[in-house]
Design a protein around this ligand. Structure first.
Ligand code: ZN
Ligand code: ZN
Length: 179
């Protein structure tokens, strides 16, 4: 997933990349930590060009992802699709420059590269990682599992919660009265 700078010095070029998740160490780590499961390759299309003192890489990425709901433990598909704009500067950019850029255009990413190629892999991996929720939910209103009997409350009903709720409220009421 590399762009040769000599190809984009004079003209805007478009690229399409398909890369297996095994090529991204960060994503592999997430998978082995059980945070998610990638069910296909990372697909990226970008438009790259030179712009003043930096290279501008603008594009979109998609990757099919399976997550485990943090409430009901079901597996569900949650493909990542995101758009990005990254500025690549040659060499090590001064810290102030980066700060200024971030203040001016907050949703844009600025990073550095050296040599005659821009490697998109680290930035793409980061983009994907950002899109994976820490506490995935299969649906906004997922009811989760019953803590007492383990029934999936999205599809089953059990009598545990009905019995538990009144007593919980009763405790709360007593507490309020006293304070
Ligand atoms: Zn769920
Ligand atoms: Zn139950």
């Amino acid at each position: 997933m590399k762009v040769r700078t000599e190809h984009i010095k004079q003209a805007v070029r478009e690229y399409a990349f398909v890369e297996p998740v095994s090529a991204f160490p960060i994503l592999q780590e997430m998978e082995s930590a059980g945070e998610c499961r990638f069910t296909g390759p990372v697909q990226v299309t970008v438009k790259a060009c030179r712009e003043m003192d930096h290279y501008r890489v603008e594009g979109a990425l998609t990757v099919p992802v399976q997550l485990t709901c943090s409430r009901c433990l079901c597996c569900f598909d949650n493909p990542v699709a995101s758009r990005f704009t990254i500025f690549f500067r040659e060499g090590v950019a001064a810290q102030e420059d980066e700060d200024e850029l971030e203040l001016a255009e907050q949703d844009l990413i600025s990073t550095c590269f050296s040599g005659d190629e821009i490697d998109l892999m680290p930035e793409i991996a980061e983009q994907v990682a950002l899109e994976i929720p820490v506490k995935p939910l299969c649906a906004e209103g997922c009811k989760g599992l019953c803590p007492a009997c383990g029934a999936d409350l999205n599809s089953d009903s059990c009598s545990c919660l009905i019995e538990q709720k009144p007593s919980k409220f009763a405790v709360l009421k007593d507490f309020k009265v006293r304070s």
